[in-house]
Design a protein around this ligand. Structure first.
Ligand code: URA
Length: 209
């Protein structure tokens, strides 16, 4: 069964409050998304396996540990997920990055895939999908389905804001996918925007509105 991790660290809550403010401009918003993504990623990678190694320090031999196991890939869901990539790769610089483009049909709210470019060895990697907003969950579910189709076995989903509807849709559809989010908001409005939310994350990251 999937685990829902709401990472309610004070710094994350503070940064999300600044992101919610409609007066926060593009530059600051983009920085906040990146910083918050890095903080959530710290928790999403908490269970990475380690292996013991020996290493020579300037003073003596040391038994120490390094990350082992499967390699990681981050997959942003276009386009808002791109805003989280700088933050997460600052923690895991060797991770590969794939891209999935899915948009929400504004009438039906169904997800429509228009782009998919993934590393060749994606099926051997653990994947963290990133999208700032888990709203209806349709896009997240479609992205996970796409990754599973090509053989990815270990998938986590990282977002900054989630709605209860989106989280429960993703958990029901993909119970093996753990969710990491910065906060759980109240719900969705009639246009399926998260309430109170922060508006359209893509527009605010890229300054398109
Ligand atoms: N996508 C957004 O950018 N914002 C929402 O509130 C919901 C989906």
């Amino acid at each position: 069964m999937a685990n829902l991790h709401v990472i309610d660290h004070p710094l994350i809550q503070h940064k999300i409050s600044l992101m919610r403010d409609k007066n926060t401009g593009t530059k600051e918003f983009r920085e906040l998304v990146s910083e918050t993504a890095m903080l959530i990623c710290y928790e999403a990678t908490r269970d990475l396996p380690l292996k013991g190694i020996e290493m020579e320090t300037p003073l003596c031999m040391a038994k120490t540990k390094i990350v082992s196991g499967h390699k990681l890939a981050f997959v942003p869901i276009l386009r808002a997920g791109l805003g989280m990539i700088e933050g997460v790769t600052s923690l895991v610089p060797a991770a590969k990055i794939g891209h999935i483009g899915i948009f929400r049909d504004p009438q039906t709210h169904n997800s429509v895939k228009y782009y998919c470019k993934l590393p060749d060895d994606i099926a051997e990697r653990d994947v963290i999908l990133v999208d700032p907003m888990l709203a209806t969950g349709n896009t997240a579910c479609a992205a996970v389905t796409e990754l599973k189709k090509i053989g990815v076995k270990n998938i986590k989903f990282m977002c900054i804001l989630s709605s209860p509807e989106g989280a429960s849709h993703l958990i029901k559809t993909h119970p093996d996918v753990d969710i990491y989010c910065g906060t759980m908001d109240e719900g969705l409005n009639d246009d399926k925007y998260i309430i109170p939310g922060l508006g359209d994350a893509g527009d605010r990251i890229f300054g398109t509105k």
